[in-house]
Design a protein. Sequence first.
Length: 224
Amino acid sequence: MSGDAEKTAERARLALIDEAIDAYQDAAVQGLCAEGAWEAAVSAMRRLDLKAPRIASTESSQSGSDNQRDGRSDFDFLFGSWKVRNRRLRERLTGCVEWEEFESRCRARPILGGLGNMDEFVLEPASGRLEAVTVRLYNPAAGEWSIYWAAGTGAGCFDVPMVGRFDGPRGEFFSHEVFEGRHILARFIWAVASSDACRWEQAYSADGGRTWETNWTMEFSREP
């Protein structure tokens, strides 16, 4: 595939994602159930004109690409070893207000010549020791990160990737997931306070992004 064809395909992919998210959120606001909202999202993608100038124009895309910041160093702040204070809801999307707190340790490093990074976690909740790994991959054409998470208690595969980018010291990443039989939106937020401190949080939305329930936070402190 030529460079221009790859750029056109990437623009089409991003346009489809934008249409689906907008349609899903509009349907949720109108009171449709999760299945109805997903049907609206699929219908919006089918109606999208992939020959529209905003998708097909190579010249305009090249101009935008030239001005796009290179975010491959966004997660460099995380490289090294960390002590992490966790605070996690015991139940999600049930109205639960009971939190559990526990410690964990994390070590992060770059991979793929800087186009990705990974970290390894050892978590110590009351239910028992847990190992987990995160892999983050950067797409220079889209200027976006895809974040993959897998835990030792999982099914031996990565979860649905979270996709997004940083704006200054804050990064937001989103995905559509199925949680306990319900279609939801998930969100990660990274906030960098300094070279020795940062914060991560996870939130779920069952109403298309109108409201969010934060269910897990991590406060990172760099180890000497």
